[in-house]
Write a protein that binds this ligand. Structure first.
Ligand SMILES: [Zn+2]
Length: 368
């Protein structure tokens, strides 16, 4: 008799758990990568959620795949925000926009210019396709035309989407770019977008819990001695991204509690060297984004980033384990030449001391 209520009970309980988990403003890194294609890092994207509100900020390559892993559906999205319109940040806008439109909920599209042109070009280029898909459920475009609004941002502004307060400020990059601050339930999270040093950012990010920032200048493993945080972006090259000196100065000025570096060009960040450079100006906590990481960090979260102390302790053979995870496709605990990539492949012979065609942990440590 009671058994028939068990599924209902389970449903109610799990719903309650889900709602509880949304009761704190949360940022989920959907993509932590850069324009460079990377199977382990989707292009830039962050999902902001609080209560029943979900806002997607940027939609780089791989965004849909990672949203699917989290079972976030198009109909769950209340807004699609852009920091700017570099391709790596809006690559998957077209499919996400059309799917959200077909899902028939209300949503907003918000970003700096040319957000309106982009939306209009998608609507015109895919007019027939959208009409065809709508017709499957006996709908026409006029049934959904009022389901979305487009808001092109200029200058400092504040607005509300669902349960989240948002403010934005322009920051310096090569094209019109916005940084966003999200406030809800007494917590605040800021997303910088791509930027070079911008006085507007610390003002926007003042005392935020988390500042998710352009990782410009982050140091790749094995390259720590090639340059310091300050040396990057000097010279005549266009200054599109911060260096570590600039990002840490802005974090310090804003007095943010946690700094999250994202938009990473490579997998193997030298966290020790990078954090050391950042700590010259900034004394809060530092995290390195990976896809599907969430902030604030939960206790015992499996995604908890490696603590700097732990990394330093292992610095003799710092990253063989990581390297294995990434490259050892047949899981035999060593790296074959066919499995190696990049710098490791170039220096394979040097590291493979016994010339058996494999790099073991011992050989990896010695080859440094
Ligand atoms: Zn950019």
């Amino acid at each position: 008799m009671m058994t028939k209520y068990i599924p209902i009970l389970i449903f109610c309980l799990s719903f309650q758990l889900f709602s509880q988990s949304q009761n704190e403003l949360k940022a989920t890194i959907i993509g932590s990568g850069s324009p460079k294609y990377n199977t382990e890092r989707a292009g830039p994207s962050v999902l902001m959620s609080y209560k029943n509100t979900n806002i997607l900020v940027d939609m780089g390559n791989g965004t849909q795949g990672n949203l699917d892993k989290l079972q976030v559906k198009s109909k769950d999205l209340d807004a699609l925000l852009f920091t700017h319109h570099h391709l790596d940040h809006n690559e998957e806008f077209t499919p996400i926009f059309i799917k959200t439109l077909l899902a028939a909920g209300q949503f907003k599209v918000v970003g700096p210019r040319p957000t309106t042109d982009l939306v209009n070009s998608v609507l015109s280029n895919y007019e027939e396709d959208i009409a065809y898909r709508l017709s499957k459920k006996q709908r026409t475009f006029s049934d959904v035309a009022n389901n979305f609004t487009v808001n092109e941002l200029e200058g400092n502004q504040s607005f509300t989407i669902g349960d989240i307060e948002i403010s934005c400020t322009p920051v310096n990059h090569t094209i019109a770019t916005m940084a966003y601050r999200f406030d809800a339930g007494g917590k605040s999270i800021v997303i910088s977008g791509d930027l070079s040093y911008s006085e507007s950012l610390p003002a926007l990010a003042k005392q935020a819990e988390y500042l998710i920032i352009d990782s410009g200048g982050a140091i790749e493993e094995g390259k720590a001695n090639n340059r310091t945080g300050k040396s990057k972006n000097r010279g005549n090259k266009e200054h599109a991204h911060v260096n570590l000196d600039e990002s840490s100065r802005m974090a310090n000025e804003a007095q943010v509690k946690n700094l999250v570096l994202t938009h990473l060009n490579f997998n193997n960040v030298d966290e020790v060297a990078t954090s050391k450079a950042l700590k010259e100006n900034y004394s809060g906590s530092i995290f390195y984004a990976e896809d599907l990481m969430t902030f604030p960090k939960a206790e015992n979260n499996t995604n908890t980033p490696t603590q700097i102390t732990k990394k330093a302790k292992n610095s003799q053979a710092p990253n063989f384990e990581k390297m294995l995870k990434r490259l050892d496709t047949n899981k035999d605990g060593k790296i074959a030449i066919t499995e190696s990539k990049g710098k490791l492949k170039e220096n394979f012979d040097k590291r493979d001391a016994n010339k058996d065609g494999f790099i073991t942990e011992n050989e990896f440590g010695r080859g440094k």
